[in-house]
Design a protein around this ligand. Structure first.
Ligand code: PSU
Ligand code: MN
Length: 301
């Protein structure tokens, strides 16, 4: 496919049935300030390699989906202006107009599936927004998890969203949700969202076995693995609560709508916590990378 360019190292690993882990680029272009964004992206790739898998960071450059970026391309994305946030509905225009794009969870899942990558590591996914009953604001990430066969490893869902609503939606769509390393479904910065996990499995090999069983049954769609942030890096739920209420209030006051809502809330939270959230964010992604690489190795066996 002329829109897909798989880096030689990644292509070779896939052909040989080796473990490959996809990584997203929204976190580089929109999620963290320079130079932490580039440093983190490279450090995450190192963790994937140290755990026996090949990293494939995914983004769109000049209207081509790059599966596996060079360090120079990561640096470019981390500094370039005007990089679009690309979810499923944005691909056609970005390809046709040969634009640059950072892929969301939904966008990265699509690209990973096209390349034949089964595991994808990120920080947090989008979900059902608070007040979605009125606004119908439900992230395309959830629909993608329903239809695209990729395992997404994250640190749960930020409480800028309606977390119970997000879990209900995933259940309705038939998406298996596994918590790895804690009794409760995690809330990104905080180890617990207050909602007990329906399914806890701490062994990445067992998670790989579930994914294999799902594939052997011919069930489509993804799997969501949620790993609580390491204890020493967490920001307690109560502490984040005030920050998130403030961010939601400003979002409403400023009349932010559509695809701009999530980036607005994320950057507000970052400002209000004065950098503490950034450190937690980096640590949780590195942790997810370790779990994701182990699952990918389990699948490659
Ligand atoms: N939530 C986070 N961090 C993120 C995102 C969400 O905690 O970086 C980004 C991801 O790229 C996700 C996207 O796929 O936001 C969801 O945006 P929306 O709500 O507009 O679908
Ligand atoms: Mn939305």
């Amino acid at each position: 496919m002329k829109y897909l360019d798989i880096k030689p190292e990644v292509k070779e690993a896939l052909e040989q049935g080796k473990a490959v882990v996809a990584l997203e680029s929204t976190i580089i272009a929109h999620g963290m300030p320079y130079p932490k964004n580039v440093e983190t992206a490279l450090a995450v790739e190192d963790v994937i390699r140290a755990n026996g898998a090949v990293p494939a960071t995914i983004a769109i450059i000049d209207g081509v989906i790059k599966v596996g970026l060079t360090p120079e391309e990561i640096e470019y994305l981390g500094t370039a202006k005007g990089v679009l946030k690309v979810s499923r509905r944005d691909f056609p225009v970005v390809m046709a107009k040969k634009m640059d794009g950072a892929t969301t969870v939904a966008g990265t899942m699509m690209a990973a599936a096209m390349a034949g990558i089964k595991v994808f590591v990120t920080g947090g996914i989008g979900g059902v927004h608070r007040g979605a009953g009125e606004s119908h604001d439900i992230s395309a990430d959830l629909e993608e998890l329903k239809q695209t066969n990729v395992c997404v490893v994250c640190a749960g869902v930020k409480s800028i969203l309606d977390i119970p609503g997000t879990l209900e939606y995933l259940e309705t769509k038939g998406v298996p949700v596994v918590t790895c390393g804690g009794d409760d479904f995690p809330a990104f910065y905080s180890r617990s969202s207050g909602i007990p996990a329906e399914l806890r499995e701490d062994d990445p090999q067992e998670i790989a076995a579930m994914i294999k069983a799902k594939d052997e049954m011919g069930l489509g769609g993804g799997v969501l693995v949620a790993c609580p942030v390491p204890e020493e890096d967490e920001i307690p739920f109560e502490k984040m609560d005030g920050v998130i209420k403030e961010a939601l209030k400003e979002c409403e006051e400023q009349g932010i709508k559509g695809k701009r809502i999530t980036p607005f809330l994320l950057s507000k939270v970052k400002d209000l916590t004065e950098g503490a959230s950034l450190e937690a964010n980096i640590k949780l992604v590195l942790h997810n990378a370790e779990v994701g690489a182990k699952i990918a190795c389990g699948l490659a066996k």
